[in-house]
Write a protein that binds this ligand. Structure first.
Ligand SMILES: Nc1ncnc2c1ncn2[C@@H]1O[C@H](COP(=O)(O)OP(=O)(O)O)[C@@H](O)[C@H]1O
Ligand SMILES: [Mg+2]
Length: 323
């Protein structure tokens, strides 16, 4: 049994019973397992408060096919990183015939791949920071030559700043490259964006107000994201109405271009001249109490429980075929 797909086919749901029996997928096996457990538990609690019939399901601990024995009608995917956010679990759910929240197979796979996200966005005119793919040792020299220093080294497909480094001196580039290769066979260098950092949450095809992020650390790394309390967030972000509108359009364009949908986030940084450059999209962004999508939603009057409900509504883009 495969799922039937209708783009933008989410619907406003009034009664908890219309969702049927729901499993929140959480945990998993990626390096972001711990964050996913926190996101997932928060989502689970929100759905329970709203009166849904909901259980937790950790695909890191049991086979996904057990969803069928549990007679689950749909799932809320709260898995971050490879194996949960990259299209593989989405593909498995297609074959099990279980509708799921958020982006489908392709949008998830492309969204997990920072390099392909950049290639695609570049092709449609969504600006993204300059980059050089590091395939062999000579590429390290051309990266320094073309991008200058400092620069960033990133694995092609990890989240939560895992395996990333900011490089100040050319002689440190090789070890950062090798380090990143431990996480991913594809690694690239990206020019440093000196301006402010912004993120735009997307919910059911619309951009929410942007958030500006400031950290006293050298960048918004794993610690700044989840552990520190000196990271500062501004929402409204302080952009002019025109700049806000422009950023929203870029976020939606980036999302559409990658085939991502339903909900998520697009991350940007300003270049030297104050132009927003796309860093990446996140198809299953964090849903912890530090998280950014809930923060943006709150500013337009959507509280955490309502946000979680609306994300689950996106599962109606995919419906189980009869028979
Ligand atoms: N090109 C860049 N210039 C300056 N800072 C960057 C750059 N790329 C990433 N960063 C910093 O690193 C953080 C994580 O990078 P990002 O590409 O969004 O990966 P992740 O998937 O880990 O969130 C960003 O939030 C930003 O603070
Ligand atoms: Mg990011």
């Amino acid at each position: 049994m495969r799922l039937r797909y209708e783009p933008r086919g989410w619907q406003r749901v009034q009664q908890p019973a219309q969702f049927g029996r729901v499993a929140v997928l959480l945990g998993g096996t990626s390096s972001e397992r711990e964050v996913s457990l926190i996101s997932g538990r928060a989502v689970l609690a929100a759905l329970a408060r709203r009166g849904l019939d909901v259980i937790a399901f950790d695909p890191g601990e049991r086979p996904l096919a057990e969803l069928l024995d549990l007679r689950i009608d749909r799932v809320w995917i709260a898995l971050h990183g490879p194996g949960g956010e990259d299209g593989t679990v989405q593909g498995a759910l297609e074959f099990l015939g279980v509708p799921y929240s958020g982006s489908g197979v392709m949008g998830s796979a492309i969204g997990m791949d920072k390099l392909r996200t950049k290639w695609l966005c570049q092709a449609v005119g969504v600006p993204t920071a300059q980059f050089v793919v590091l395939r062999e040792p000579q590429d390290l020299d051309s990266a320094v030559e073309r991008l200058g220093l400092p620069l960033f080294v990133k694995p092609g497909s990890q989240g939560s700043s895992v395996g990333m480094a900011r490089i100040e001196r050319a002689q440190d580039l090789k070890s950062a490259w090798e380090q990143a290769l431990r996480f991913d066979p594809v690694v690239f260098a990206e020019s440093l964006m000196p301006g402010a950092e912004y993120t735009v949450a997307i919910l059911q095809g619309e951009a929410l107000p942007s958030i500006r992020i400031e950290t006293p650390r050298t960048f918004y790394d794993y610690e700044a994201k989840y552990l520190r309390d000196d990271t500062r967030y501004f929402c409204p972000s302080g952009l002019s109405a025109a700049a806000e509108e422009h950023l929203s359009r870029l976020a939606i364009a980036a999302y559409d271009t990658c085939g991502a949908e339903g909900w998520g986030r697009a991350d940007f940084m300003m270049d030297r001249t104050g132009r927003p450059m796309l860093l990446e999209i996140n198809t299953v962004p964090g849903m912890t109490d530090h998280s950014l999508v809930p923060m943006a939603a709150r500013t337009v009057g959507i509280d955490f429980d309502e946000l979680v409900w609306r994300v689950l509504e996106t599962s109606f883009m995919r419906t189980a075929r009869a028979g």
